[in-house]
Design a protein around this ligand. Structure first.
Ligand code: AMP
Length: 452
């Protein structure tokens, strides 16, 4: 399948060609024709699959054929859970529509509303928005939906996790009933299926990311280490392996800030990105990371959502996420669009519960490798064998690693993952996340750990 065979408007084909894409990704090959025909779709696809172009290109194609938006009208609405993702989707819209005479806009919370109101006066053929700010603008009559043709819910699972369900329902109530609906989600959980019932009509179902499997192009491994020594191990790995661009995940905002300071003290340029940072600070951190000015970007889960960096080579889990699905999202930052990537987790003994949940979710053990000089005093048990060292662990040589992407050493597989242990240890998927002062949902704000 080639892009030329999809029948996209020549202006879009030209923009796509300029991006150097050789052929549509699997989700694009399925979604583009379905959306061009005007049908509803429900697609399970994570970031990195090319999903954004999968809905943006056919929507732009359809919009280019109709009457342009004016007077606060919106013809296609794309809802995203975070402002980072909104900005990212908007970038894609701009990129692909550069040869089309369409208007587009992006709105999200955390910045002044007036400039957004002004921009919307002339209407938007595509509006990318986070739910809370969209409702504010609608309530202030800055947006009209009478000419709305299409609705996209991007990363719908994350929207539910972040407590946006009430906002979404409010928005659905004010949209015209006759419209095209596109639902994108990392997984088709029961909650997503419930949401889909009231949203999509006879959808084409597309599934390019089988539930809970991790992408094949990402090599995963974990280094057992004592908690207190994680930061020194991270500095060591960065120096020893000469990592130039590593995205490091921290569970908490406070932890992210502290880690940046410690890395800087070890002569490693680093920046943090999380919900307490201003939009400007986040944009700058991301730009510096992309340009290579900073080697390490330390991010919380929610802030990292939607960060779009081509072929990110290295993801590090400084600590494991409490919600196992976040592990899949995190490592999805690397190994994108067919490129090889590596995800390394630094795991201390107190994280065995999280590790078990993750290995059960991805349905395979993560290869483990101890790094010489950083062997833990507190043993990290094999997932299926709490309390004992269990199977072999490999001792890396530490410091001279190369080639296999970590401080070197053959690795062995931990065993026993996926065995039943009765009760789940990790927290449940819903209701455990705050959204760190992002575009806050109206009602449910979880009393949360220092997160995002
Ligand atoms: P997304 O899943 O939408 O976040 O896209 C992930 C990355 O894949 C983005 O950096 C896109 O620029 C890139 N991409 C999208 N479509 C293609 C394609 N057909 N071929 C190669 N790269 C693509």
């Amino acid at each position: 399948m080639l892009f030329e065979n999809l029948g996209l408007a020549p202006e879009l084909s030209r923009a796509v060609a300029e991006q150097g894409y050789e052929k549509p990704t699997p989700i694009q090959a399925q979604a583009i024709p379905a959306v061009m025909q005007g049908g509803d779709i429900m697609a399970a696809a994570q970031t990195g699959t090319g999903k954004t172009a999968g809905f943006t290109l056919p929507l732009l194609h359809r919009l280019s054929q109709g009457t342009a938006a004016r007077n606060n009208q919106v013809r296609a609405l794309v809802l995203t859970p975070t402002r980072e993702l909104a900005a990212q989707v908007f970038d894609n819209v701009q990129l692909y529509s550069k040869y089309l005479p369409l208007r587009h806009s992006v709105v999200f919370g955390g910045v002044k509303i007036n400039p957004q109101m002004q921009r919307l006066r002339g209407g938007a053929d595509i509006l990318v928005a986070t739910p809370g700010r969209l409702l504010d603008l609608y309530n202030q009559r800055a947006i009209r939906f009478d000419k709305l043709e299409a609705l996209v819910l991007d990363e719908a699972d994350r929207m539910l996790d972040m407590g946006f369900i009430h906002d979404i329902k409010r928005i659905l109530k004010v949209l015209p009933a006759k419209r095209q609906n596109l639902l994108f989600s990392a997984t088709f959980s029961p909650e997503i299926r419930q949401l889909a019932k009231g949203l999509v009509n006879d959808p084409v179902e597309i599934d390019v990311s089988p539930r809970n499997s991790t992408t094949e192009t990402v090599r995963q491994k974990l280094h057992p280490v004592d908690k207190a020594r994680k930061q020194k191990l991270l500095s060591h790995l960065i120096h020893a392996n000469n990592w130039h661009q590593a995205l490091v995940f921290s569970r908490t905002k406070h932890g992210a800030n502290r880690l940046v300071k410690q890395l800087e003290a070890d002569d490693i340029r680093a920046a943090a990105i999380h919900g307490n940072k201003s939009q400007n600070a986040r944009t700058k951190a991301l730009a510096d990371f992309k340009s290579g000015k900073v080697r390490v970007l330390v991010a919380t889960d929610i802030a990292a959502r939607g960060i779009d960096i081509d072929q990110l080579p290295q993801v590090v889990n400084f600590d494991l996420p409490n919600v196992p699905e976040d592990y899949v999202h995190r490592i999805g930052r690397t190994g994108r669009a067919g490129a090889q990537g590596q995800a390394v987790s630094l795991v201390s003994a107190d994280e065995i519960k999280q590790l078990r949940d993750i290995e059960r979710l991805i349905n395979k053990p993560i290869s483990r490798e101890e790094i010489e000089g950083f062997e833990p005093d507190h043993v990290v048990p094999e997932s299926g064998k709490a309390g004992s060292r269990g199977g072999q662990v490999n001792r890396g040589r530490g410091g001279n690693g190369s080639g296999n992407g970590g401080a070197a050493g053959r690795s062995s597989q931990s065993r026993g993952a996926g065995r039943s242990e009765g009760k789940r240890n990790g927290p449940s998927r819903g209701g455990r996340r705050g959204n760190g002062g992002q575009d806050a949902p109206r009602r449910r704000r979880s009393p949360q750990r220092d997160s995002a």
